[in-house]
Each structure stands twice: as C-alpha cells, then as structure tokens.
Write a protein that binds this ligand. Sequence first.
Ligand code: GLN
Ligand code: ZN
Length: 753
Amino acid sequence: MTFAFTATVLGSPRIGPRRELKKAVESYWAGKLDADALESVGKDLRRQTWAELVDAGFDSVPVGTFSYYDQMLDTAVMLGALPARVAGIDNELDRYFAAARGNSEVTPLEMTKWFDTNYHYLVPEITPATTFTLNPAKVLGEVAEAKALGVPARPVVIGPVTFLLLAKFEGGAPLDRLDEIVPLYADLLSRLADAGIEWVQIDEPALVADRTDAELAATRSVYDRLSALDHRPAILVASYFGDLGPALPALVETGVEGIAVDLVAGSLGSVVEVPGIERKHLVAGVVDGRNIWRSGLDGSLDALETLRERAGSVAVSTSCSLLHVPYSLDGEDAIDGALRSWLAFGSEKIREVATLATGLSSGRDAIARELSETRAAAATRAADPRLHDDAIRDRLAALTEADRNRRPAAERRVVQAAELPLPQLPTTTIGSYPQTTAIRVARAALRKGEIDQAEYQRRMQGEIADVIALQEKLDLDVLVHGEPERNDMVQYFAEQLDGFFATANGWVQSYGSRCVRPPILFGDVRRPKPMTVEWFTYAQSLTDKPVKGMLTGPVTILAWSFVRDDQPLAESADQVALAIRDETVDLEASGATVIQVDEPALRELLPLRAADQRAYLDWAVGAFLLSTSGVADTTAIHTHLCYSEFGEVIGAIAGLDADVTSIEAARSHMEVLDDLNAVGFDLGVGPGVYDIHSPRVPSVDEIAGSLRAALKAVPAERLWVNPDCGLKTRGPVEVEASLRNLVEAARVVRAEI
Ligand code: GLN
Ligand code: ZN
C-alpha cells in the first residue's frame, strides 16, 4: 500500500507574508527588477512556505501552488494552451504576463471569480486551433527545488476536467477535448514518478458544482485511465468548496488512491455513506481554509474519528488551499485579546492541522491543553456583548416588505428625469480615480502619525478637487468624487462600522499582484455616524453637475469580509443593509440626486449548486432593496456589477430594481445585454465600453463600436456610457486619454441616433 500521509494543507498562499511577491512582480513590470531577481524572490518564498509546513510536522507538502500570477494560467501554460495572440512574444515570462494583463498590443485573457471566492482566475481560451502540448517545466522545477530541500513534496496541478470546464470555448464542447489533454497528464505523471514522487494532487473543484451525467462519466473515465497507468505516483483527487455529491461515488469507483473532501463547506454524512471509501485515503478538510475562525477542535476530532472508522486511512487537512486566508496573526497587535483568541489565520491553521493529527493518532489526552484553550475561547465568544445588540435586532425584527420596495421604476424614471435632466447616452465613471502616489503617501503618513486628520482631509480634498476639475474639463455628465479616501471599497466602510475589525496585515491575493485585506465581521453592525457625507458634500460644492454618492452594498461588504459563522449570512446582510440605508438617506438629505450602491460581488456568493441558489438570491436581493429603498423616488439609485459571468443571476439583477446598472461587459463583449433583454430588463444600463483591467487606451472608434453594438440591444433612452469598472488601479495619464475618447465616442454615437 502507498504511504498514507497524515497531515497536510491543500495549498499555500504565495503573495508573501509581507507581500514580497506583489512588490517584486510589480517592480519587474516596471522594469526595475530583472527576471533573475524576481525568480529569486519566488524561490525564497517557496522555501519559507515549505519550511513552515515541514516544521509543523507535515509528512506531505503541496508543491506547485506557487504562482507569479494565477494557477489556471499556469495550467494553460503547462498544457501549451496560451492564446495565439501572445505566441509571438519570445520571452517566456513576458508572454505569461501578457496573457495575464495584456500590453499595448494584445488584450489579456478574461478574468473571473474562482468558484464562490473573491479570488479571480484567468480564463483559458480554447479554440479548434489549440494544439495541446505538455510543458511541465514549472511543476518539475518546483519539485526538484523542494526535493533538494528534503521537503516531502506532493505536486499539485489543476485537473483536466476542471481546466476544461472553466475555460472559454470557441467551437466544440469542453470535455470533447479531454482525449487530447489526458495523455499529457499521463506523461506528466510518468515524469513525476521518474522524479521519485509518491503522491500527486490533482485538483478538481469543478466537481463540487452540479455536473451532468455525461460530465460525471467523463470524469470517471479520466481517472480510470490515469489510475490504470503503471508508472505514476499515487493520485489524490482534491475537491473543495462543497460536497462532491454524485462525483464522490464516481471517483471512488476509479483506481485513484486518495480523495480530498471539504468537511467545512461540505458534510461528513455525504462521505461516510459511500461504499468503497474503505479502499481510499481520505484527506479530510476539517480546518476551514476560507474563513478565519479558530477551529472547534472537539468537533473536528469527532468528524475525523468517524471518518477513520470508514475510510482506508485518513489525513488531516484544510478544507481548501490557504490562498484564501492571511498568513498569520503575528503582527496583528491591535486585536483585543478576546477577539484574537477566536481567530486562526494561515499559520495558526497549520498548527491546528498538526494538533488534530496528533489528537487523531495519539488520543485527546495528547492535546488536552489545546482542547481546553479552544473551549475557553468559544465560551468567551458566545458571551461577548458585541455579538448581540438589542437595538439593532429590534429594528430588524420590525421591518416589513414596504421597507424593501420603491415605486415602479417607470414612474421613478419620469420624476428623476424632471429632477435631473441629462443628455442621451449620459457619460459617467464607476467611482474611483487613480490612487496616486500622493494619496498613498498621505495615507501612510496618517497611519504613522506624521500628519493629523485635518491635514489628511485637506490633501484628500485636493485630490477630489483635481478629479472634479478633470471631469468638468472632459465634460462627463454625472461626476464622482474619485474615492481617494478609500483604501478599499469594503474596508473603508468596515472601519467605520461597529461589529467589524480591520486587520493590519491580513492580506489575501485577489488577482495577480492585487491583494485585499478583508475585514472581520464578528459582531452586530451599527453605524455610529455618517460615513461618506462630508466627502460627497465637498465634491458637490465644487461643481454644478451632479456628483454621485458612492456606497458599497451589503452583499459585497459580506462577500469581501470574513463573516461571522454563528448566524445565517442573511441576518448579517440585513444588519449591514440597514447601515447603508441610513447612509443613503443622509446623502439624499445632503443634496445627492444620484446614489450608486455597488454590488460587484453579487454573483460571487451564488451557491455552486442550483438547489441552494434561490434562497441565496432572495436574501441577497432583499438586503440590497433594504439598503436602497429609503430614498425618495426623485433620487436615482445606481448599482455596479463586475468580474463575472452574469447569466445565472440575471433575474436577480433585474430584481435589484436599480434605476441604472453599470456592468462589466468590455471583456465579455456585450453578451450581457442580450441576457438582460431575455429577462425583460427595462431599466437603465451602462455596459462597460472599455476594459479598465489593462493599461491600453481604447480608441474613439473602438468605444463607438461598442456603443453601436450596445444600441442594437438597448434603446438609447436606457443606455449609459461608462468604463467597465473603477479606475483606481490605472495611471492618471491613461485614464485621462481613455475618458477623453469615451466622451468623444458618446458624442459621435449620439449624433448618429
Ligand atoms: N465604486 C468602486 C470603484 O470605482 C467600484 C469598484 C468595483 O466594482 N470593484 O472603485
Ligand atoms: Zn467593477
């Protein structure tokens, strides 16, 4: 029998405990660091990551979850499946980054959310012309590196089924291409066996979503074929983010040696009943890889012991890669002792895995101290008064349907047009303008105490004045203040709301070099005072044009936070919604006629299984409506959605009942408009007319072309003109050039109507 390891994680974060990789990659892009120096930063981080796992006593360590940008892009490279438009770029690293971010000549791959997380992967493009070839240099290189360090390496690759199901296809059904790539995986397995590898981890998270019988049969055939090879490591098929459902028996029937199951998002019951698991090594994801709460060790041990009675052997693991949580609680000095004792970040989770492995092998006495500490922490958490605010709970209990309803949209349109006359095809932006060096310097200076709040405020007002002046010069119709004061669209609100805690260094990779610091929602949510009104009032005082009030919606605030796990998400959402509602009412009272409540994460939280989606959409839409229905009919509510395929939530987008919805469409080429039409959507819509994720400046012709395409799907009366997302990651020069072209394109197309 293959060696059955006992303790591991499914993957590791890679951005660096102090975001070293982010900084190195960005320096490389800026031409300030060469490829060798970048590679040495990567190598150092990999070594540190593996060392921590080895030191914790893990007898199997994931290798290959490191990436300079994204694991799906790495897989596309491994399978020789980069798009033809980057093929001409000779330098391998530059080709890779061009596929990831585009450059002045080529557009990048599309980017979309990784299952229901806030991580974005690059969507491989497969066409009939794609000829797959194995390019295993990255994984073999990292394996050699790990072996040289004495690390018990378990290489990790994304599996063929998930790779194809998540790719974008031109012609043909995804799984029809399995026959072309399975032999490449077979080749890879043989090379890993040559390298002396005992276990390989093949990630197939796509199997936790609903799959057709044909897809399940194809999966089964893939793993029959791979497990039938005689020269190969033992195969661990890893799932995460939910139950495998019918895919579990399908996998159990194949000859793979191990299966990783998520026992946090998924359930133990669905695993132990499956006949045949007594032949398998079960890697039990009992430590939550997605949230930051300390494990209830008792419950985890119960689950592990139950599983051990049924499975061939059991290893303790995280429910998914630790990519989704911050590195460590070290350095989080501002957390009060109580809250701290409830938490576990990456390093603490690694120790939990080790503790549980000891408990499982040597009995509970061997971990008595850890068990009693965990119980004590759970007791203080349950009793903490910050978790139960009666005033908020009473207000929620008293809500009625009327609190989630406005007058019919058609009637609102009439009064809003009278309140705020606008030209056809009004132009606007999504909210943020470039986060300039001056802004970052000011924020850092405030944090270090080098400047006071008044000076910070003065500098931010200077930025706002610049952005307003720019928009007036460019002649945009509905202005924004530019959000200079916001480090992040969720954190900014979390810092001002009771019930949230903002970490000092809790960075998590969002995409490529972009990291976010999700706040921790631990208690009941209260808004002690207005959060955005002063900035809005200042911006509006500088111009006669309307300035949009700019808020983040309740669903997105939850999606981009670590949420409490002691009450349903729906309840937390309504608590946040009340705070946002109070803010809209205050903005309106201060003169705002347009208020945008962003919900870019609406699609992201959608449950992976259809059976769970209705309930989610009901509470998500309900929370948005609660947050936006407190204003008068004359006030236009806008919303903004991005980063995803909207097909599945298109009905919910209509349900938001926002007067205007701006929506990412540049990268998905306006398909979204047809989808909206199909559900009878008849509100205002601003399909993004250019892609802000790339530094390219779109030409007037290109934008005008997008607008003409949009006009085929949407009447001019409902069409807005805007970029596809906020501009904070872009440089001021390209933003000005792009927006000048956008305004000009709107003018050109207006004249054609
Ligand atoms: N208003 C936000 C901004 O412009 C929206 C960002 C987003 O959609 N992610 O930055
Ligand atoms: Zn956006």
